[in-house]
Design a protein around this ligand. Structure first.
Ligand SMILES: C[S@@+](CC[C@H](N)C(=O)[O-])C[C@H]1O[C@@H](n2cnc3c(N)ncnc32)[C@H](O)[C@@H]1O
Length: 332
């Protein structure tokens, strides 16, 4: 994104519109309208919202082209139905909006973060703000991760299996809700998912991983604890490296070397600096939300891979923003 492509006023308008759409989505307005045309008063009552606030919000959503007004009733436009309301639509992309809206709060703290050099509030799921809100934070974070488009997940799995067609086992480090482990399972692999203990407890229950015979879960801190013993054919770090400092990334990748053998594949899916148009912006999200996170170049990854015994690096664009880096143990 280049600032000069848009006027300042246009950027302001887009930001306000996006925040409104995310808030309407998080308040269940679009999904409630799936039931059919509804008046503002009915909708407010059904969603337990303020009638005044709802009456002010809906005409703006109509102005954005997301709702149509029919007499007293509001109804979804086809685009809003597909992208924001109907989870069974292939174009549905509202799953991550509550997390995006939550992150927006952190953006408003950027002036303080620029002085502090790190988050001024704890990043979920690291906060200590009581077990109920902690669970809510984990739920929002996991829903954001699980909202990844199926097409991207499939491209990731295919990209990895192209490098290791005979793979039988995968270690999904920082696997979160397990959507990628499940995609491997569908291809006949067995998966081991490691994440923080409280996250594993949550996803075992809420995402049914405990009952999934082909997926073993393990709670632990991969920066401190040993990673599950291998050898694994594939070790995946998807959206994990950007949460770490360079030193942490290097030592985690070193641990990956210890649970793999010749021919095993390491795979990193992330926003790669110098290739992803979103990498510099996403580094700011990590500055706001994590003590050490950042985004890194292909060259930095290659250096870490080589030290851990992985070579023959290949890069695949999963979409314009996200890349998949793969390297093979014992090569190059
Ligand atoms: C951004 S999410 C990525 C989830 C999933 N891999 C994906 O691509 O959607 C990062 C995950 O790493 C986990 N994580 C972060 N630091 C960790 C640590 N030190 N030990 C274990 N898991 C960690 C988080 O709990 C979270 O589930």
């Amino acid at each position: 994104m280049r600032f000069e492509d848009l006027k300042l006023g246009e950027l302001r308008d887009l930001s306000e519109a996006m925040a409104t759409v995310a808030a309407a989505s998080a308040s269940g307005i679009f999904s409630a309208l799936l039931e059919g045309p509804t008046s503002s008063e009915e909708l407010a009552e059904r969603q337990d919202l303020s009638p005044r606030a709802t009456a002010i919000l809906l005409p703006f959503l109509a102005e954005l082209g997301l709702l149509e007004i029919n007499g007293q009733a509001f109804q979804l436009t086809p685009r809003a139905r597909r992208e924001l309301a109907d989870p069974s639509s292939p174009e549905y992309s509202a799953g991550g909006l509550p997390l995006w809206l939550h992150n927006l709060e952190a953006w408003t703290r950027l002036p303080e973060v620029l002085e502090a050099g790190g988050p001024v509030e704890a990043r979920e799921p690291d906060s200590d703000s009581g077990s109920d809100s902690r669970r809510e934070e984990i739920a929002r974070f996991m829903a954001g991760m699980a909202a990844a488009p199926e097409e991207r997940v499939q491209r990731l799995v295919e990209g990895i299996l192209a490098r290791k067609p005979d793979a039988e086992t995968v270690l999904d480090l920082g696997g979160g809700p397990g959507h990628i482990s499940r995609a491997f399972l569908e291809r006949g692999l067995r998966a081991t998912l490691m994440d923080k203990p409280e996250v594993v407890e949550f996803v075992d229950e809420e995402y049914g991983l405990a009952e999934e015979a082909g997926i073993s879960t393990m709670g632990g801190d991969f920066l401190v604890d040993p990673v599950p013993g291998g050898p694994f054919d594939v070790v995946l770090l998807s959206n994990v490296i950007h949460m770490l400092s360079e030193d942490q990334a290097e030592s985690l990748i070193q641990k990956v070397g210890e649970v793999t053998e010749k021919g095993s594949v390491i795979a990193v899916a992330d926003f790669i600096r110098g290739r992803s148009p979103r990498a510099a912006r996403f580094a700011l999200v990590m500055l706001l939300r994590t003590p050490n996170g950042n985004t890194y170049t292909e060259e930095a990854h290659e250096r870490w891979f080589r030290k851990a015994g992985f070579g023959d690096l290949e890069v695949l664009d999963l979409d314009p923003d996200r890349q998949l880096l793969t390297a093979v143990r014992g090569h190059g």
